[in-house]
Every structure is written in C-alpha cells, then in structure tokens.
Design a binder for this molecule. Structure first.
Ligand code: FAD
Length: 419
C-alpha cells in the first residue's frame, strides 16, 4: 500500500488532502493507497477571521466563546466527512527522513512513502527584548480571545472610574494583519464605549511600521484609501518607526522616542514552524523554511514536499520568496497533490508557477479594499462584499454545501455586530 502523510491541516494541508482524494479515488477504493492528515488540533483554524474574534463585541453572553469558536474552528470531522482521508490528532515530535517515518509526541511512529510538510508558521520577535514578556501575540485562537478580554476589561475599568481615558492600544506591525486588527478594535471600542457611556475619543490606537511606508505591495492610491480610512477610525500610523524594546506599558523606538500604551499587540513578524529545525538532513533556507524545487519537493528528497508557510519558494520573476498567504498555501497544496498523484501514476512533475497579486484588506466594519486582477481595486462596502465572497468560496471548497453556508452565515451574523 502507498502511504501518503500530510503534516498539518491548515490551508495548504487540507487542500492537498482533498485534491489527493479526488485524484487518487480508484487507488483509495481498492485500498492500494492511504491518505492520512495529522494535526495537533481537532479543527482547521480559519486564521483570516481571527481579527474578528479579537474585536468581537458582546462576548460576555458567550462566556466560553463557544459560538465564536464555532465560526472559525472547522472540525476536521466535518471537512473529511465521507472522504477516504484518515485524520489523526497528534503533535509531531520528530521526522526521520532516512527511514521514512514520523514520531508523535505520544511516542507513536507512522511510516510514509510520500510526506507533505504543511505545519505553518509562528510569530517571531526578532530578538527584541520585552516582546515575549509584555506584548500580546496575534497568531492563534487563544491569542485573539486574550486580546478581546483585555480590551473589554480596560474599558470596563474606565466606566468604573478605575482608569483614566483614553485607552491607548499600540499595535506593532502595520501589515495587513496589524491594519485589520487595529481597524476592527477601533469599531469594537466605539461600541463598548457607547455601552459604558464613555465619550468619543476614549481610545487611541497607534500602528507602528518599521519601513518607510505601510503595505509596500499596494499602489499609492490604494495606500491613501487605507490611510484615510484608518485616520477616520482615529488610528495613528507611525511609519519609519522601528521598535527597539517593549516594556509593560511602553515601546521604545530606535530613534529614542518612547510611546506609552495600556496594551501592546505584536503583529510584526512570522517565521516558519521551529519544529522544522530539529529535523535531520532537512535543508532549510535562511528564514528557516524548507528549501524546495520548482515542483515543491524538498531539496534532496523526491518523495517529500513542502507547502504554504513551510515552503521557501523563490519567485524567479522577481527573485523574492512568495508571501505567506492562505491562498498561496492552497495553490501549493494543489500542486503538491498533483505531483504526488503524477509520481504514483508515473507521469512527469508539474512546476509551481506562483501568482499572488491579489489581496483584500479589511479596514474596519463593512469596509475593505480588494486588490484584484490587472490592478483593479474595489473599496468600501463593495470591497467588503468581495471579502465575504472570498470567504464563502473557500468554505464551499472544503465543506459540504450546507455546512459551508451555515458557518458562513454564523460568521457573518456574529462578526458584523461591531459594524
Ligand atoms: C492573524 C493572521 C491573519 C491572516 N490573514 C490572512 C488573510 O486575510 N489572507 C491570507 O491570504 N492570509 C492571511 N494570513 C496568512 C495565512 O493564515 C497563512 O499564510 C496560512 O495559514 C498558511 O497556511 P499553511 O497551510 O502553511 O499553515 P497553517 O494554515 O498555519 O496550518 C498549519 C497547521 O499545522 C498544525 N501544526 C503546527 N505545528 C504542529 C505540530 N508540531 N504537530 C501537529 N500539527 C501542527 C497547526 O495546528 C495548523 O493546523 C493571516 C495570518 C495571520 C496570523
């Protein structure tokens, strides 16, 4: 039997598993092939909606965040229902590439013929002192819930007279993640302030960008639209502002300035999953990602693939690594599935040709900027509609139609309460 093992059930891993199941249906039906996906969690996390969790309003009516978790945590049991894909919940402790097996944290071993690395990334603090100790991270579900709790408690302290206004939120990193989080927190705070009978201007949000301008991939016009919107939401953008140190209630900038805050959130950087560094003979690039060939196989191993945030794929047209994005991970998952299927069927590899000049920046409430093909961008409410359609299309691509629509509906109703 040919054993295919996928490590990680994020955007890349799921796409790869579902495409393999479709391509290899005959081998699976005859029990000649086995597809197994392994993840430490029992659900697929819909990370692009994480900012909505961090800023969700009225969560006290949902004390264990059950409703909100249901909107962004999609059980693997639902995704793989009626599919010939095995799912194992386990954390990977090691990979033995020479003997083609993986070892789980519980000590179990799993053999494979084909292996796909799709373990995603984690935040990095670039060695800046104080980030790990004092800044809120923003990568997983627990991070988002902790930010939500903090925002609510800060404003409640004000309403009880235990704290003075304004509440100052400092967000380090003005990429898409920092911007969508800052904008949505601003909307959330407006609602809480109204509930706590606080006046306008009770919150101040600052976004720090180390580079000379935010969103370097955006055109000047697109950047202006986003900046104008952020300004309207009372968010200050500080470009050319590299952080040197983070303390409990302040950040120190490289140029000597110190900015005080009641809450500091770190969205400034990610690095490939650190578990990759422990794997013997796995060749990594300077950023810790797996060095891959154009067919997404790991250098030196024809049967080992890397996709998504794990793959160090260089776009040769611009000589830069492809960005860490959900739909890039999905596209790479597709190619890895096709190439494994081709190998099994003795067909040639298909090279991966990256395309990623598409993005949507949610900028608070029902306002997004969607950068589409041929440089066309759509802003405001219609940009938000594009974002909603992108989310729906994704859910439909991984779930049976009824379940996809139910999650989409729940997500839309829960997350628009701030808008
Ligand atoms: C806050 C935030 C917002 C984002 N918003 C967007 C957006 O709007 N649009 C966009 O295109 N991209 C967005 N991204 C980027 C996008 O989420 C990632 O690029 C994408 O998730 C990468 O997919 P992946 O399959 O490589 O990894 P992931 O989707 O991260 O999946 C990795 C999987 O591996 C599992 N795993 C990790 N370690 C282990 C282990 N040791 N053992 C077992 N399992 C393990 C995890 O549980 C997870 O399920 C966002 C990222 C963040 C952090």
């Amino acid at each position: 039997m040919v054993k295919i093992l996928i490590l990680g059930g994020g955007f890349g891993g799921i796409r790869c598993a579902l495409d393999l199941e479709r391509r290899l249906s005959i081998g699976l039906a005859n029990n000649e092939i086995e597809i197994t996906l392994l993840d430490k969690n029992g659900h697929h996390l819909f990370v692009p909606a994480l900012y909505e969790v961090a800023s969700a309003y009225n969560l006290e009516k949902d004390p264990f965040a059950v409703k909100i978790k249901k909107t962004i945590c999609i059980p693997y049991a639902d995704i793989f229902e009626r599919k010939k894909i095995n799912y194992i919940q386990a954390e990977i402790a090691g990979v033995d590439l020479e003997n083609k097996k993986i070892i789980t944290r519980g000590g179990n071993e799993l053999a494979y013929d084909y292996l796909v690395f799709a373990l995603g990334s984690q935040t990095t603090n670039f060695g800046i002192p104080g980030v790990a100790e004092y800044a809120y991270q923003f990568k997983g579900l627990d991070d988002a819930l902790m930010i939500n709790e903090k925002i609510n408690s800060l404003l409640e302290e004000i309403s009880k007279g235990k704290r003075t206004v304004p509440v100052r939120v400092l967000i380090v990193g003005a990429g898409l993640t920092g911007i969508e989080l800052g904008a949505e927190i601003s909307c959330c705070m407006k609602n809480i302030a109204r509930k706590c009978r606080l006046g306008p201007g009770c919150t101040m949000i600052t976004l720090f960008e180390a580079g000379p301008k935010i969103l370097p991939m955006a055109s000047e016009q697109e950047r202006k639209i986003i900046k104008d919107r952020l300004t309207r939401l009372n968010i200050m953008i500080m470009e050319n502002s590299q952080i040197e140190e983070v303390e409990l209630d302040r950040v120190k900038l490289k140029d000597g300035r110190t900015i005080h805050g009641d809450m500091i959130v770190w969205t400034a950087g990610i690095e490939a999953n650190r578990a990759l560094r422990e794997i013997k003979n796995l060749k990594l690039d300077a950023k810790g990602k797996i060095a891959v060939n154009e067919n997404l196989t790991a250098e030196g191993y024809q049967n080992v693939f890397a996709i998504g945030d794990n793959a160090g794929f260089i776009d040769t047209t611009v000589h830069k690594p492809v960005p860490a994005m959900a739909f890039v991970a999905g596209a790479e998952g597709k190619i890895a599935a096709q190439n494994i299927s081709n190998m099994i069927k003795n067909k040639p590899f298909k090279p991966y040709r990256p395309f990623y000049d598409l993005w949507v920046a949610p900028v608070g409430g029902k306002f997004s900027l969607a950068h589409l093909w041929w440089g066309i961008s759509i802003k405001g409410f219609w940009g938000w509609i594009v974002r909603e359609l992108v989310d729906l299309k994704y859910l439909l691509s991984i779930l049976p139609i009824k379940k996809a629509i139910r999650i989409f509906w729940e997500e839309t109703t829960v997350f628009t309460k701030n808008d």
